[in-house]
Design a protein. Sequence first.
Length: 96
Amino acid sequence: MKEVSFSNRAQVAPDVMIQEVGGESVLLDLKSERYLGLNEVGTRMWQVLSESESIQAAYETLQAEYDVTPEQLEEDLRNLIDRLLENALITTEPRG
């Protein structure tokens, strides 16, 4: 899979619902019925990704919130984005 540019924007894919329960969440694609469960940190990453103008902006917000090395945060964020893309729960596109 091609590495996603942090200058891109992540958007919730059409027909995807999110249900948060006790700080954790489940994302469900109503068409394919694919779903992904997220723990508390994954849920926060999802929230920031879906609200930010770019993946880089989301990364910077998360870097300010979590006591983690920049390399670890980038790896974790890329892993989440890859899982979301594999399950067609988000789309990414250049900011425009």
